[in-house]
Design a protein around this ligand. Structure first.
Ligand code: AMP
Ligand code: ZN
Length: 143
């Protein structure tokens, strides 16, 4: 059985998103290829709020190569199109925070896809997700 200490030790770069990319900790994965992973945010702003990350660690936009950014953004587009086609979703925001001052809490570059509904007046605030609902939603959205 993995201990909490073991899981923490397994966190490459001391980074929770690297640990997710390595499969060391679970995620509600909806898309994966050789370079990129997309999974549901566990504290979503809205239903279907998804994070898209490169599997290789970098901290933010400025230390990520142009080639990797091009690959990640292409997957952001692909996953966003799928979410929009699958959920009740009228539009979406893409959010990408850099640095504590900008609200970045996880220092592994990531793009948020935030599904929107007409007139939802959404506040960009994390709400604790219901794990059973997230599991069901990730099954529905898996590509
Ligand atoms: P940011 O504020 O841009 O750094 O966003 C980090 C996001 O990661 C937040 O919206 C968190 O809810 C989300 N998050 C943190 N840990 C996990 C996790 N283990 N699985 C999925 N999402 C996570
Ligand atoms: Zn990382």
């Amino acid at each position: 059985m993995r201990t909490r200490y073991g899981i923490i030790q397994a966190m490459k770069n001391n980074c929770i998103f690297c640990a997710i990319a390595e499969g060391e900790i679970p995620s509600f994965k909806i898309y994966e290829d050789d370079l990129v992973l997309a999974y549901l945010d566990i504290n979503p702003f809205s239903e279907g709020h998804t994070l898209v990350i490169p599997k290789v660690h970098s901290e933010g936009l400025l230390d990520t190569s142009d080639e990797m950014l091009a690959a990640v953004v292409a997957r952001v587009k692909k996953v966003a199109a799928h979410i929009k086609a699958t959920l009740p979703c009228d539009g979406f925001n893409i959010l990408q925070n850099n640095g504590e001052a900008a609200g970045q809490t996880v220092r592994h570059v990531h793009f948020h896809i935030i599904p929107r509904r007409n007139g939802d007046a959404l506040a960009f605030e994390n709400r604790k997700g219901d794990m059973d609902a997230l599991k069901a939603l990730s099954d529905r959205l898996r590509m």
